[in-house]
Design a protein around this ligand. Structure first.
Ligand code: PLP
Length: 373
């Protein structure tokens, strides 16, 4: 077979951690095991009916061509309306992206030069590190252990150098489910203003919140913040690839230029479908997920060191023997699939559970994990 000289850009991206876990899981399944799967990073409800119907209608009525790069005007208008309702002022500009992932790619490519530095907190959403590498920049990863519900503001301040361009904030967080308090977000906003940095605020889980509203850094530094959000998690549209960016006009314009020559536009009929979001009431889902959050937190807290999550559908307990990979291997022998923390972290001490599973599965999984301690 022909061997190509694959780019270092690609070679420098290491996806082996998660692959190893899924290979082991596939082996167990091949042996006939029926796994309790706590690895899945997506909600377990279906896309609400009004949105499905709107998608079918959009396809049937031939709304299938390219849209303008920025995304259809109606959806941008809706995003503006939503932003204004949430923050009390208009965004400078908006862009419909191919999910939050698409927004992250565009923002990092638009901002980063070789040697620039991007700060984010450990543990972190897996994509950040790899996309920063892809953009030619360096990740500066600030230790956020063990109090995941607090931002390590002083450590972030110490990590800022002449090369720092961006601070990425993710609240509620994947993998911890924790939400950062307003006063700490305000301090990050002050840092961004002082050093003229961009904050990328990844708020993809902010509607799935269980202990009151999730504060946003947008409130404290709108001119310095690019808000990335989308419909993958709150409306279960993970496969549809619709998200949005809202923030500084200068940056959004550059992101749109890059989108024109990469993604082109977000999927056309699904942009129209997303307009039906107003017809969806997700409050019963939030209630349901809050109950599951309570169940998993209360079920694990006696035997595991764990911070109570307030949003999303993840919890990030400490492995009892301090070696998450070993613990996850042992869990797999008990047919429980959990993800070792080193997939999302520079450390290997914790593990991630996605509790977007039905109550019976959760109960059984909790019992098996507790029995292992
Ligand atoms: C924190 C975080 N940001 C972004 C994404 C990507 O979302 P999307 O499906 O909108 O690309 C995910 C998905 O798991 C996530 O957990």
């Amino acid at each position: 077979m022909t061997e190509f000289a694959i780019s270092n850009r690609c070679k420098n991206i290491d996806a082996s951690g998660i692959r190893k876990v899924f290979d082991l899981a596939a082996k167990r399944r091949a042996e006939g095991a029926k796994l309790i799967d706590f690895s899945i990073g997506q909600p377990d409800f279906n896309i609400p009916e009004p949105i499905k119907q709107a998608a079918c209608l959009a396809i049937e009525s031939d709304k299938n061509s390219y849209t303008v790069t920025q995304g259809i005007a109606e959806l941008n208008a809706k995003v503006c309306q939503y932003y204004k309702h949430r923050f009390g002022f208009d965004p400078q500009a908006t862009l419909i992206t191919s999910g939050v992932s698409g927004g992250l790619v565009l923002a990092l490519l638009a901002m980063c030069e070789q040697g620039d530095e991007v700060i984010f907190v450990d543990p972190y959403f897996v994509m950040y590190k790899h996309l920063v590498t892809l953009a030619g920049a360096s990740s500066v990863i600030v230790d956020g252990y063990p109090e995941f519900d607090k931002l390590p503001v002083d450590k972030i301040a110490d990590a800022i150098t002449q090369r720092t361009k961006i601070i990425i904030i993710n609240s509620p967080s994947n993998p911890t489910g924790c939400v950062y308090p307003a006063d700490q977000l305000k301090q990050i906003a002050e840092l961004a203003k002082k050093h003229n940095l961009l904050i990328i605020s990844d708020e993809i889980y902010h509607q799935l919140c269980y202990d009151g509203d999730v504060p946003s850094v947008v409130n404290y530094a709108p001119e310095h913040t690019l808000l990335l959000d989308g419909f993958s998690k709150n409306l279960a549209m993970t496969g549809w690839r619709i998200g949005y960016a809202a923030g500084p006009k200068q940056l959004i314009e550059q992101m749109a230029k890059l989108q024109q020559y990469t993604f082109v536009c977000a999927p056309a009929p699904l942009q129209y479908a997303a307009l039906a979001m107003d017809k969806c009431d997700i409050s019963p889902i939030i209630e349901d997920y809050r109950n599951r959050r309570d169940l998993i937190y209360n079920g694990l807290r006696e035997k595991f060191n764990v911070v109570k999550p307030s949003g999303g559908f993840y919890i990030f307990p400490q492995a009892p023997d301090g070696d998450a990979e070993a613990f996850c291997k042992r869990a797999l022998e008990k047919d429980v699939l959990i993800i070792p923390g080193n997939v999302f972290s520079e450390k290997n001490t914790h593990f991630r559970i996605s509790y977007a599973r039905d109550i019976e599965t959760l109960k059984e999984g909790i019992e098996r994990l507790n029995r292992m301690v």
